[in-house]
Design a protein around this ligand. Sequence first.
Ligand code: ADP
Ligand code: MG
Length: 682
Amino acid sequence: MTIKEFEAVTELKGIGKETAEHLAEMGIFTVQDLIWTFPFRHEDQRLKDLAETPHNEKVTVEARVESVPSVLYLGKNKTRIQVTVLAGRHLVKVVFFNQAYLRTKLTPGSIITVSGKWDRGRQVINGTSIHFGPKTDNTDFEPVYSLRGSLRQNRFRKYMRQALDVAGENLAETLPLHLIQKYKLPSLLEALEGVHFPKDAEHAKQARRRFVYEELLHFQLRIQALRKARKSDEQGTIIQYDLKKLKKFISTIPFELTNAQKRVVNDICKDLKEPHRMNRLLQGDVGSGKTIVAAIGLYAAVTAGFQGALMAPTEILAEQHAESLKSWFDPIGVRVALLSGSTKSKERKVILEQLHNGEIDILIGTHALIQPDVVFSNLGFVITDEQHRFGVEQRRILRDKGINPDVLFMTATPIPRTLAITAFGEMDVSIIDELPAGRKQIETHWLKKEQLNSAISKMEIELSQGRQAYVICPLIEESDKLDVQNAVEVYEQLATIFHGRYKVGLMHGRLHPDEKEQVMRAYSEGEIHVLVSTTVVEVGVNVPNASYMLIYDADRFGLAQLHQLRGRVGRGQHQSYCVLLADPKSDEGKERMMSMTQTNDGFRLAEKDLELRGPGDFFGKKQSGLPEFKMADLVHDYRTLEVARQDAEKIIYDKNFWENEEYRSLREMLEESGVLSGERMD
Ligand code: ADP
Ligand code: MG
């Protein structure tokens, strides 16, 4: 019998209506669907001696059934079946839940192979899978699938065996041959065997290697195809800036740009000139000098007769940007305006008018920029600061205020390269990986909670020298309310300690936005000396006089977040300090505290965080922006991701991509995912 892979699974022997329904729940309709349903793990089925197996460890034993099984009904469809077996020299019990059908199969004297968790104290194996008969040689590593309804692993494997037997030979190879050869990957059929019926650990490993690569290659191809489409799209704006003026402007800046800043300015200017739309992410650690780079880009657009916009997530940030830009632009006659929620309506009207008739060159602001009545006369370049704080929709509205303007996103959150090319693969990425010379390194110390007093004494020394301090309160997951309560407690404590000497302020998420602004303003003007805050203390806020930060329960934070917080100090010419107060229980927590004391490099910390805590921290759990992979794991397989990215780029730009038979399967994948019809991701 030959069955083609796209025929219905019901063509296979033994799949009736009920089974077909369960399979359908798993998304399996055709033989092909079945073949591509991968196990979520492989169970080590090598036989072990119970005497040498530690408590709670997984074991597989071959045993003889010694008793009639007893079944206990535990209520609604719940059963527990127990049988005594002889495994080697050990008389032990085997227990299964909700598998009452085993009763007729477990006849005394029969041989079974059982896998499960070994309860050493009770001498019980809590069974997870069972095979009737002695262990066969080829099942050292048994796949375990996530199944629905009354489907059982054994039966599912039988269908799989059949599917591979009847359809396997007809399966066309999906990877280009030269890549299979280059990386010595198993062929498709060989790899499917390795996933579903591994002969040994190595067989399973090689199969996984192939599918991880293939999955990441597909993913990268989709991204690279989108990127290529954008780059070859000539609908963007050509911004023919005036190089002479630009150079002159750069020479008036009161400091020399770092090499990294120069490199990024070049990236941006190159994009501006090109006819395709710029879609670039600029990453640079706190204090690395992104603002001046943004200003240079905006000025370039202005010299070509375009307007520019810079959107920041908070009023204070917008004001700080406006202040910096005015100081650079006022002397050369570039007109800068600030628009925020608190702009008076009379002033707002004037700004909107001047914006519309082109008298304003650069508009800086908050969400106020995306109001419908904000109309530019000729918007050519849009920059968003701390891009992750804005939704996709808000960024789109701003972009749509121009005609295909160039777009630059800036972020101070260092994102490990693997995540950046995964989540932002469609963008070009520039990195400022160098701080301006002469910056003092922040000194970071890790203290035990019982050493709080010494942390406070150190804070007092700083305050007595006219400096200011931040105190970050413990983070209580999922409870904004408890966060606030904590902050209030710490605030009261410190207010008592410093009573009559220093003024303590309080900041948390439950304050009204106006109150928040007020507190932040008082702090940045030096009226408040110590700011007690939850993590809401704004990203990018610049109070150069603050030289001391105390973080309570620092081990509750990820490294990326700790680094962000720490970046609030060390912004002026004063030596700054960050004290982490924590008694971490886990080794991982200790390692995080140590890492913080050892480096100020945000990218290194980000890589470390990814390694220790996985990708969740970088994007928040919900809107992760990361695709779900079937086999690949971004932390584990980051090298493969990089290799796949390079291969995908080569393939997409290969002249023969559309003709070459080797690429047929990849072309079909791209067509199916809609990428080739020009859908945009952002
Ligand atoms: P961030 O990247 O965190 O936004 P900013 O743009 O606010 O950093 O820059 C931080 C400070 O460093 C600012 O006061 C800025 O004027 C200054 N700065 C930027 N670039 C340089 C440089 N190349 N040399 C010296 N100081 C610089
Ligand atoms: Mg900034």
